[in-house]
Design a protein around this ligand. Sequence first.
Ligand code: NAD
Length: 358
Amino acid sequence: MKTVTMIMGDGIGPEIAQATMRCVDATGAQIKWDIQQAGTDIMAQTGTPIPDETIKSLERTDAALKAPITTPVGTGFRSINVHLRQMFDLYACLRPCKTYKGIRSKYDNIDLVIVRENTEDCYAGIEFQKDTDAANELIGWLNNHGNKKIKPDSGITIKPISVSGTERIVKFAFDYARANGRKKVTSVHKANIMKHTDGLWLEVSREVAKSYPDIQFEDRIVDNMCMQLVQVPELYDVLVLPNLYGDILSDLCAGLVGGLGMAPGGNFGTKKAIFEATHGSAPKYKGLNKVNPTALLLSAVLMLRNMGFIAEADRMENAIAAVIAEGKYVTYDMKADRNDPSAVGTQEMANAIIAKMQ
Ligand code: NAD
């Protein structure tokens, strides 16, 4: 029996978490859930968005699944998602984007994997608020040391990209490609403009690629990459990206395969992995039993595979694919018309998936 931390999150988190636990249980995987809280709901009750008990659970269990958590804009706590990634050094975010028969998409042949660096770049959390002493001091220093002037009324976000951080994420992408029968890794950057960060990223990517002669390697500038993904997504296989581009292109690729409700993910460190959907807490749908549970369900499939529950993972993915292909017991976002009254709720879609596994 293995133990899995289930972080219930907030917004639509608790309802898709419930649906997911029921589906995982129906696979027969020998899993004991350790249910924990994080986010705005628990913050309102206890004053902390991430209780110590949740962290202790993550430290002791075999794996973790996390439902989405709201990050209030501009005020309140810093992103718990970013905090957890940094705390457990979950440096690699893996987001497979695959078309399932029956989804609403202009494309029917997509099978891409996004590997996003999770700890560096503008997301490192090194920020200086406009008009603070620290911001003013930094602006003064930069204006004295560089040949470009920064306006005094600026806020500043720092973008660190390191050799070691780039090396490990590009290796992760190549190792994933090799272990999963993938043929090509594309490194995405804006090295033509940001020579000392993205330029370094590209140089290290090229260096790492030399150790994997069995996997093709190429690079793309991020803006061109966006256009290529919309026009010829079938040309791409595994994409490796710095944090910010990885975040944005994850949503773009989710759009190619039917929307955010379809996009799963996993965050990997050297010791721990936390699996979660690409989408957020969609607060306007909270408590309505309306949203698509598939992204978190497919994240659970990734988790089961990672834990060695291969047959159980296959059973669950096949059941999800069968329900989507039938198109009957699916949520509103998977119907041709989003107002189709025959759309079912989150729990009813989960019930249909469970029925396929029995
Ligand atoms: P969101 O992903 O929560 O929702 C955007 C829209 O996508 C929704 O309004 C809805 O139309 C659709 N959508 C999302 N999930 C869906 C689902 N399962 N089924 C059907 N439709 C779905 O993005 P947002 O509104 O920008 O963010 C809301 C909050 O979530 C913010 O506070 C943000 O910071 C946070 N967030 C959290 C995570 C995470 O926990 N990993 C990830 C992204 C955003």
